[in-house]
Design a protein around this ligand. Structure first.
Ligand SMILES: *[C@@H]1O[C@H](CO)[C@@H](O)[C@H](O)[C@H]1NC(C)=O
Length: 139
């Protein structure tokens, strides 16, 4: 009895995935991100300490749009779940995912893009927020 508990505990402690998944945090941005209409903008979000998110489902959402998503990566981008206003305007960085960087780029920012975004890794039960402020240029 004690022995099997000990073994289970040892396994849990020595299993790097379990250990890291428990310790790692998903970090968004404490400061709002500011962009001008027409700009491309990066919404930062990463795991710290870094663990790979390559095989994780990554979901970017925005409260006002739910249940539709801004970006949903589940092996591939699922267009049918995406809010149409973000069609072909969002991307993640495939080479950054392995470093736990799930930041999302939005191209050609529109005024209606402003708001609070949530990046999440549902399987790891992690989420973080990033606020986007969109301004118009004064020219
Ligand atoms: C995440 O990837 C983006 C795009 O390559 C990069 O600009 C950003 O600095 C990266 N963030 C971190 C924490 O590495």
């Amino acid at each position: 009895m004690m022995e099997s508990m000990f073994l289970a505990l040892m396994f849990t402690c020595l299993n790097p995935t379990v250990l890291l998944a428990a310790q790692t945090q998903l970090i968004g941005s404490h400061q709002p991100i500011v962009a001008l209409v027409g700009d491309d903008v990066l919404l930062p979000c990463h795991l710290e300490p870094a663990v790979s998110a390559t095989y994780e489902t990554v979901v970017w959402s925005k409260a006002a749009l739910e249940p539709k998503y801004v970006h949903h990566k589940d092996g591939r981008l699922l267009f049918e779940k995406q809010d149409p206003s973000y069609f072909l305007r969002t991307r993640l960085f495939m080479d950054e995912l392995q470093r736990g960087n799930v930041s999302m780029k939005i191209s050609k920012v529109e005024l209606s893009d402003a708001g609070t975004y949530k990046c999440s890794l549902p399987a790891m039960k992690k989420e973080a927020e990033v606020e986007l402020i969109v301004g118009t240029s004064k020219r």
